[in-house]
Design a protein around this ligand. Structure first.
Ligand code: SAH
Length: 346
């Protein structure tokens, strides 16, 4: 079976080479072509013999998703609609911010977690992405950015990354490996709706990365309305798991909080949130709800947002208000829905 190179760790590539009677050091040459020169064609790997180039084509391939559309926002954010080999589509977003360029990637086609305020949830889960379908979004973004450097990767696109655990973990290992993408652990953030057993499992892997948790309410009954996952994995258990996770990582956990008018930014919400976060060393990242078609929620006014943020500032944790980016092209948080998720036959 032909393997995709963007699915392989260096040791696995070495094994592939040994299987065809090649020397180990060839792996470094190939990896150099891929991760330093971003070559996707074996015939361009001129430091390898012609025979080897042909042989490689029989066992390995380098496939990256096709760009169907590319939409640029007035604030510089670019959203990509990408087509996968089985005609499923996903979205990724590049967000420039000063010297930083952040890539927001998808981990699944659709999502199973049914958050009431999120556009991806409306699609349901079509399937998990393969490891190479995750790493190839990064590969593509690096090529798209050209001279500019990709500095950060966030798993905040379509899908619940921890529901595609093995492929996401392997993709991160490839993203961090110094012979591959060579990303530093602090530049990779995995965002989860709070899949408790998988958070513990992640801690056990020893993999270093930043964890973000979408909280959205610290009141159990309200969180259940926004995020049905909370019925299975309640806030109290989530907190215990995160305190445990925090002990095993050098980075503070970020809590994400989508502000929804008349729902989760009132006095009782503030009180519950301050209590929930009070004894965890964390960061709080608040963002206003971005409008999603057919959903009945509303975005708070500027002063409601200010009032909520001001009331959070008593926390010793760092509180940041994340300005929504790419809203004019439906590329803002929670707006990714790859409208034509399966392309109709042309
Ligand atoms: N499933 C993961 C990652 C994808 S969602 C998770 O839940 O974290 C990424 C972030 O977008 C989450 O913090 C989520 O709460 C937020 N989000 C979803 N829909 C949104 C919307 N309409 N407006 C603003 N943020 C939204």
């Amino acid at each position: 079976m032909i393997k995709n190179i963007l699915d392989l760790l260096p040791k696995e590539l070495i094994q592939q080479l040994l299987n065809i009677g090649e020397k180990k050091y060839r792996a470094n040459q190939i990896l150099n072509w891929i991760y330093n020169k971003y070559t996707t064609d074996f015939s361009e790997m001129t430091s390898l013999s012609e025979t080897l180039r042909t042989e490689l084509q029989n066992i390995l391939e380098i496939t990256i998703p096709t760009i169907i559309t590319k939409s640029s926002s007035s604030d510089g954010t670019t959203k990509y609609l990408l087509s996968l080999h089985d005609r499923n589509n996903i979205e990724m977003v590049i967000i420039p911010n000063g010297k930083k360029n952040t890539l927001c990637i998808s981990s699944q086609v659709g999502c199973a977690r049914k958050c009431a305020f999120c556009a991806t949830a409306k699609l349901g889960l079509k399937r998990n992405l393969e490891t190479y379908e995750i790493t190839s979004q990064v590969f593509l973004a690096i090529k798209e950015l050209g001279e500019e450097k990709l500095t950060n990767i966030v798993f905040m696109g379509m899908g619940e990354p921890l529901d595609n655990f093995d492929n996401v973990v392997k993709a991160i290992r490839i993203l961090q490996h110094d012979l591959c993408f060579n990303f530093s652990p602090r530049r990779i953030t995995v965002s989860t709706s709070g899949v408790i057993p998988q958070i513990s499992k992640l801690a056990e892997t020893g993999l270093k990365l930043k964890l973000a948790v979408s909280l959205n309410s610290a009141i159990q009954s309200k969180r259940e309305v926004l995020m049905p996952i909370s019925k299975i994995f309640p806030l109290s258990e989530l907190k215990k798991t995160l305190i445990d996770f925090r002990k095993k990582t050098p980075y503070r956990i970020t809590f994400e909080y989508v502000m929804i008018k008349d729902f989760n930014i009132g006095k009782e919400d503030v009180k519950a949130l301050l209590k929930y976060l009070g004894d965890i060393s964390c960061k709080l990242n608040v963002i206003k709800w971005n409008k999603v078609d057919d959903l009945h929620y509303e975005t708070p006014s500027t002063w409601e947002i200010k009032r909520f943020i001001d009331s959070m500032n008593v926390l010793s944790s760092a509180v940041t208000y994340r300005k929504s980016r790419g809203a004019d092209i439906d590329a803002a948080c929670g707006q990714l829905a790859a409208k034509n998720i399966i392309r109709k036959e042309e």
